[in-house]
Ligand binder design. Structure first.
Ligand SMILES: [Zn+2]
Length: 301
């Protein structure tokens, strides 16, 4: 009995030792797999790092620009079906002209090579955005807030800057990285027979389309300050006085929260961004001084 007991004890000890050994092997294997995955992820992240123009910030962006741009184009054509075009010729021409100058300036400064389009929506919603690939959408409802062409140039320049700096792609990359690249990445750009499914809508939200599709994902403070900086350069290059960007944000800062437009609710006004624009204004002014045509603050809207 004792022998058997001993034998059992020895057997148990052997099994325990064996299982410990197996566990250790598993642990090593698991940690190796984990390290391999981490290394692969780091390699992907490293390879996916892009540099933001003007600020030099490294950003995570592993979605190809052409895919993001085609998503922007799809969202834009979807929007054209839903949102009525502004028929007021004067407003349409003015917005088209300001946006045209801004997109030309963006190409001159950073050369994103976008296929630019501008759509003015006849709706009393204070909103504006630029989708990846250069699809600019301005709602007539934002015009009472901008006061003059330079104010509008500030907003369009800011939105274009988000697109050129690939902030939407960065947000989407961050979301995909959090949710697991494989879970939605492969399905994201599938054809949905011209209709947008929820995943695509969420992606579009990340890209900055926002209110019209009921998805608003605010940009980070870093993105906002970057878009202010780059947008100010674009408006100056287009011939609008960069000082007016400061005046616009000062005016926006005075709007009470209850009257705050949708666009502004995702673009918080604060002293930091005004201070940022003031500090950067001399750099933008150099471009303004060289602009072949100077519009100053432009026509009153
Ligand atoms: Zn913004």
């Amino acid at each position: 009995m004792i022998y058997y007991n001993c034998s059992i004890v020895i057997h148990v000890l052997k099994v325990k030792r064996k299982s410990r050994l197996l566990m250790n092997i598993k642990k090593i294997a698991n940690s190796n797999i984990r390290w391999a995955l981490i290394s692969m992820a780091l390699a992907v992240i490293f390879a996916a790092c892009a540099t933001v123009p003007h600020t030099g910030r490294k950003q995570l962006n592993f979605l190809p620009d052409k895919d993001l741009d085609s998503l922007g184009t799809r969202a834009y054509s979807e929007l054209l079906k839903k949102e009525p075009e502004c028929k007021d010729q004067k407003i349409n021409e003015m917005v088209q002209s300001v946006a045209g100058r801004l997109s030309k300036a963006a190409e001159g400064v950073d050369g994103p090579g976008f296929d630019w389009k501008v759509h003015v929506v006849d709706r009393d919603i204070p909103n504006a955005f630029c989708l990846p690939g250069g699809k600019i959408v301005v709602y007539s409802g934002i015009l009472p807030y901008v006061k003059n062409e330079a104010g509008l140039a500030t907003i369009i320049g800011h939105e274009i800057a988000h697109a050129v700096a690939r902030h939407g792609g960065e947000r989407l990359s961050q979301q995909l990285a959090i949710q697991g690249i494989s879970s939605i990445g492969s399905e994201l750009f599938k054809d949905t027979e011209g209709k947008l499914d929820n995943k695509t809508k969420a992606a579009i939200g990340a890209l900055g389309l926002g209110a019209t599709l009921g998805v608003i994902l605010p940009y980070s403070r870093t993105h906002e300050l970057e878009a202010d900086r780059i947008g100010q350069l674009y408006m100056a290059k287009a011939g609008y006085d960069p000082q007016e960007s400061i005046h616009l944000w000062e005016r926006m800062g005075k709007i009470s929260k209850s009257q705050m437009p949708v666009w502004l609710s995702t673009h918080p006004t604060d002293d930091e961004r005004i201070k940022n624009l003031r500090e950067l204004e001399p750099e933008a002014r150099k471009l303004y001084e060289k602009a072949p045509v100077k519009y100053g603050r432009g026509a009153i809207i």
